[in-house]
Every structure is written in C-alpha cells, then in structure tokens.
Design a protein around this ligand. Structure first.
Ligand SMILES: Cc1ncc(COP(=O)(O)O)c(C=O)c1O
Length: 399
C-alpha cells in the first residue's frame, strides 16, 4: 500500500497571538526600542517581560537578554567561572553549550550519557571528584531531565554550583518543580524553535540576589540597573556596579513585546506538545527495531521534539532511513553523522576543545534520531508522520 507524502513544514511555528501584534504595533509606533529609552514613569516592555516570566517561572529574579547562549555565558561568569576553570557539562548537547564554556575561557569536562539521554550521574560524580571543577552546566538536552534529586546530591557532595540549561525545558517540571528552579541559576532561549519565539532572545532566572545583580550589570545595564522588572534591590549593586564588566546583551522592547503575550498560553501549549508527542511515541513503540528514551517518573517533559534510537542499525541503515523519510516529507536529524549538519553536531566536531573519549555517548548517538514537532502539526499530522516512520524504518514489515 502506498503512503501519502507529508507536506507540513518542520520549521513553521504558529502565528503570534493577537495581543502580541497589538503590543508590537504600539512599540513600533513609539520607536522606543531600547529598554532604557522609555519616557519618565513608563515601564519598558523588557522590564514587563521580566516580571511576567519571573512570576510564571516562580523565580525571584529574571533578566531578559539577547539569546540563550548569552544567558549561559553570563550565568557562568556570574557564578564565578574565570578563564582556566573547568566546567562539567553533558557530552550530549548542542554547540552553544560548550561554546559558552569556551567563551568564558574555561574548558569543558564532558560527562557521559545514559540510555534516557540524560547526564550519567556516576560519571558526573567521578569526573567532579577527578577534575576539581566547581560548576556543573547541566543541559536538559531535548527536554530529557535527569533525576534532579540525585543531581542535587552530587552537587552538594562535590561542592558544585549548578547552572541549568533550560533551552528545551521551559514549562517542564521535575517533582512538580519547574525546570530551572533546582539549581543556582537557569538559562532559557526564546529563539524561534524554542517554546516561545522571538527569533532570538533568552532569560536568566535565579533566586540569588548577588548572581542577579552581577548578571544584570554584565548584560549591559550601565547604571540603569534599577529599571528592571524582576531584579534585586539597590543594595545588591553597591559593590557589584563598580566591579562587573558590561558585556552588552540587552533584550530590546520589540522582542519583549513579541514575547509577553506568549507566556500565558505556555502551559496549554505544553499539553498540546505532549499530545502530539504521545501519538508519535505510540506509533514508534510498535516497531521492534526502535528504542524510545524513558523519562524519569517524576518528569513532565515538553514533547516539542521527538527522539528515537535504532540500536542495531549500522551507518548505512541510518543513512537509508533518513533518505526514505525525506522522500516522504519527514525531516529527521541524526546525531551519529561524522560531519556536523545544520544545527546538529556532536562532541567530535567541537575541536576548539581537547578531544575527550566518550564511548557510552558515542554508542548512543551513533543510532539516535531527532525530529522537530512544531505546534503547526495537528494530531492527525503526527499520526501520518508515525505511519511514515513505521514504513521507512521497517519497509518490509508494513503491508
Ligand atoms: C541545548 C541548547 N542550549 C542552549 C542553546 C542556546 O540558545 P540560543 O540559540 O538562544 O543562543 C540552544 C540553542 O539551540 C540549545 O539547543
């Protein structure tokens, strides 16, 4: 039986809510795009966004910045990372994560990956002890969250500060606590393919006034640091304002106006993503060659992307699956490719840092596939994609 080609776009996000259009129009009309360029008594869109996100996230402080990557660099500096330091991080993540560590002059100590696509906590413990690193940059890569109770225990035992990379977990929870609220500081991205979309942008959240003050100065506040929506009190800046370099990574009012109206629908959108993800998971669970990563029972993941493995496949089979899926309109990414492609790369191509031997991660990545699930896909679209994947993975088994 032939199967219809899928014609949806894997890069098309939903249109912005009407309220976002109104806010954007009003900022455009005002031409006051700079977050500190507001008139007397007026609160900037950037400051309003910080208040809205801090409230939604349940964090004491929130700083809006130009990108998730900038949030990571600022967070690392704000927790005290200096050139020459070692920073523990996941071997399975995307390039901006080791990139942020390199940008602050530190070196990554890569930690192995489990079958659940989370950080290997035994390897973390050993490498924390052996390396003497004082910071863990934990990437909740593709929304897979490790057992945060155990992560925090390792951090306590080894004296690690925890920076959470929540680029893929905005709206996810562990034991009912929002991802990002476990560690010392969290970083989020609002780049187009994330859970809220302003093209580029990011947030840093924390409950620590000192970290918030240093981060705000670094983001380029000059002496306007009290004109933020969810920042610490003036006392927190007393010394910090003289000692912290300005690294210009401010959020502007136009992007803030785009984002504010997207925070309200976030929790509903998490449910919509998970509905689509469940349809795909059901279809793939029917294929014996497929392994799906298992989530910890306390995790509420956001299924904005879909991962599966073909543990017994060789390189030729992986290439063939991608090609057959593409012919039927389904865009798969593959973490096992020897060359980086598009947004996808693995630790072997981050050659600005010392090569590290990661046998467990390499074994998992060699057969790991990845697919975007934008909300422009309906549940029926996901059923269609599920059928296509069944067909391309087991071409002889399907009638
Ligand atoms: C895992 C992860 N962390 C951090 C980032 C950085 O976000 P941004 O693109 O906003 O700099 C990304 C971006 O794709 C990412 O995938």
């Amino acid at each position: 039986m032939s199967i219809k080609k899928f014609t949806g776009s894997f890069v098309q996000q939903e249109p912005l809510p009407a309220k976002a259009h109104e806010r954007v129009q009003s900022v455009l009309a005002s031409a006051r795009f700079h977050r500190y360029g507001t008139q007397h008594g007026e609160q900037s869109e950037a400051a309003e966004l910080e208040t809205a996100f801090a409230d939604w996230q349940g964090a004491a402080f929130c700083l809006a910045v130009t990108s998730g990557g900038q949030a990571l660099q600022i967070a690392l500096r704000a927790v005290g990372v200096v050139p020459g330091d070692k920073v523990l991080t996941n071997a399975f993540t995307l390039a901006p994560v080791p990139g942020a560590i390199a940008a602050v002059g530190a070196t990554s100590v890569l930690v192995e990956t489990t079958e659940s696509l989370t950080i290997d906590l035994e390897d973390l413990d050993q490498k924390a002890a052996a390396s003497g690193a004082k910071v863990l940059l934990l990437s909740h890569m593709r929304g897979h969250i490790a057992d945060m109770g155990r992560v925090m225990a390792v951090c306590r035992d080894r004296g690690l500060m925890l920076v959470e990379d929540c680029a893929h977990t905005m709206g996810a929870t562990f034991s009912g606590v929002r991802s990002g609220n476990h560690g010392n500081v969290a970083c989020f991205s609002t780049q187009t393919y994330k859970h809220i979309n302003s093209g580029e942008g990011g947030f840093l959240t924390t409950d620590d006034a000192g970290i918030a003050a240093r981060a705000t100065m670094m983001s380029g506040s000059y002496m306007n640091y009290m004109r933020h929506g969810a920042g610490p009190d003036a006392q927190s800046y007393e010394i910090v304002r003289y000692e912290t370099p300005n690294m210009s990574a401010r959020m502007d009012n136009l992007r803030a106006a785009i984002l504010i109206a997207q925070i309200g629908p976030l929790d509903t959108n998490v449910r919509r993503w998970n509905q689509r993800h469940a349809v795909l998971a059901k279809a793939l669970a029917e294929i014996s060659a497929v392994t799906l990563p298992a989530n910890h029972q306390n995790v509420l993941r956001v299924g904005s992307s879909f991962q599966f493995r073909l543990p017994d496949a060789n390189e030729d089979t992986c290439h063939a699956v991608i090609a057959r899926a593409a012919e039927l309109g389904v865009e798969l990414k593959w973490f096992g490719a020897s060359e980086p492609v598009g947004f996808t790369s693995n630790h072997k191509s981050w050659r600005y840092q010392d090569a590290q031997t990661m046998p467990a991660t390499d074994r998992i990545l060699s057969t790991l596939f990845d697919m975007r699930v934008p909300l422009t896909f309906s549940v029926e679209d996901c059923e269609h994609i599920g059928l296509i994947l069944q067909r391309v993975i087991e071409p002889d088994a399907t009638p």
